[in-house]
Design a protein around this ligand. Structure first.
Ligand SMILES: Nc1ncnc2c1ncn2[C@@H]1O[C@H](COP(=O)(O)OP(=O)(O)OP(=O)(O)O)[C@@H](O)[C@H]1O
Ligand SMILES: [Mg+2]
Length: 299
C-alpha cells in the first residue's frame, strides 16, 4: 500500500506542469498572439503569472498572457481602464464567440471549451487563458483594473525572483506546497474559493513557510493551513511593492469564512496525521484525499 509520504510525492508530481501541457500552453499563446497582432500594435507578449512561476495548480485554468502594447496604442493609457479591456474583449469575441470570452477586472478570459473529467484531468490541455493588456513603464508594467478604475503597476519578474528564493530556501519543496494548497482552494467542495485571489496563498507562503523544510509533507501542510488561518486577517502588500495590497480581494466577512475553512483544513490534516500515527494508513489516505480532492492518490 502507498505510504502517506509516497502519496504526497505522487500528488505533488500530478500538480507539476508537464511537457504536453507546456506545448499546449505555448500553442494557445501563439494562436492568441497571432490573432491579436492583427487587431492591436503589440510590442511583445509572454506567458506569466503563476503559470510561469510553476505555482499554478491543476487543472490549468486562467493562464496569464501579458500583451505589452506599442507606443502607438498609448492613447488607451490616458483613458479609463475599461476602454482597453472592452477593446480586447470585442476583438476576442470576434474570434472565439461571446460564450467563450469573459471580461475580468484586469484581463479578458478566453475559454477553450476543454472538458475536465472527475479526476481533474484535461488530456493535458489548457482550459482558459487570461489576456492582460499592458504597457511597459521602466522595468515595470501598468495594467488596467476596472474594479478601481485605475491603472496598476506590477512586476512579474520580482514576483518570480521571490518565488525562486523561497523555493531554494525550502529545499525545493516550496512551490509544491503552494500548488497543493491552491489545489485545495479551488476544490469545488467549498462552493467558492476560500482565499481570493489565490495569488494571496503564494504571497502568504513567502512568509508563512519559514524555518526550512522539515522533511514531512503532512506536518508542513498542517502547519501551513494553521498559519494561513491565523494570518488571513493581516494586510498582505504586493511583494514587489508596486500594486494594491493582495489582501484587498476579500472583505471582512469573506476573510472570516476563509479563516474558518483554513482552520477546518488544519484540523482535518491533524486527524489525517493521527490516523497514520495509529497505523490506519488507508484512513489517513482517505482523509487527505477528502481534504484536497481527486488528484490526491489513494493508490
Ligand atoms: N495586486 C497586485 N499588484 C501587483 N501585481 C499583481 C497583483 N495581483 C496580481 N499581480 C500579478 O499578476 C499576476 C497574475 O495575477 P493572478 O491573480 O492571475 O495570480 P496568479 O499568481 O497567476 O495566480 P492563479 O494561479 O490564481 O492564476 C500575479 O502572478 C502577479 O505577478
Ligand atoms: Mg493567474
Amino acid at each position: 500500500m502507498l505510504t502517506v509520504d509516497e502519496a504526497f510525492r505522487k500528488f505533488k508530481s500530478r500538480l507539476e506542469l508537464n511537457d504536453k501541457e507546456q506545448k499546449n500552453a505555448s500553442a494557445r499563446h501563439t494562436e492568441v498572439r497571432d490573432y491579436l497582432a492583427t487587431k492591436f500594435a503589440v510590442e511583445r507578449s509572454f506567458l506569466t503569472g503563476s503559470y510561469a512561476r510553476h505555482t499554478k495548480t491543476k487543472p490549468l485554468k486562467d493562464i496569464d498572457i501579458f500583451f505589452v502594447l506599442k507606443e502607438s496604442e498609448k492613447h488607451y493609457r490616458s483613458k479609463a481602464p475599461s476602454e482597453v479591456v472592452n477593446a480586447f474583449y470585442n476583438a476576442l469575441v470576434e474570434k472565439y464567440g461571446a460564450s467563450a470570452v469573459r471580461k475580468q477586472a484586469r484581463s479578458v478570459n478566453v475559454d477553450f471549451g476543454v472538458v475536465i473529467d472527475a479526476e481533474d484531468n484535461t488530456d493535458y490541455r489548457v482550459v482558459s487563458v487570461d489576456v492582460v493588456p499592458a504597457f511597459a513603464e521602466g522595468d515595470n508594467y501598468e495594467i488596467p483594473d476596472t474594479d478601481t478604475g485605475k491603472w496598476i503597476k506590477t512586476n512579474p519578474e520580482i514576483h518570480a525572483r521571490k518565488a525562486v528564493a523561497a523555493h531554494q530556501a525550502y529545499s525545493s519543496e516550496w512551490k509544491g506546497l503552494v500548488r497543493m494548497v491552491k489545489y485545495w482552494n479551488n476544490n469545488a467542495r467549498h462552493g467558492e474559493k476560500p482565499v481570493k485571489p489565490s495569488f494571496l496563498i503564494e504571497v502568504m507562503a513567502l512568509e508563512c513557510l519559514y524555518g526550512g523544510w522539515q522533511g514531512r509533507f503532512d506536518y508542513e501542510i498542517q502547519g501551513f493551513f494553521s498559519t494561513l488561518a491565523d494570518r488571513i486577517f493581516d494586510e498582505w502588500p504586493d511583494p514587489a511593492g508596486l500594486g494594491p495590497a493582495i489582501s484587498n480581494g476579500m472583505d471582512d466577512a469573506r476573510k472570516r469564512r476563509a479563516h474558518d475553512l483554513l482552520k477546518q483544513a488544519s484540523r482535518e490534516a491533524s486527524i489525517a496525521i493521527d490516523h497514520a500515527r495509529q497505523g490506519r494508513n488507508g484512513e489517513a489516505l482517505k482523509a487527505w484525499r477528502a481534504l484536497f480532492g481527486p488528484r490526491f492518490p489513494l493508490s
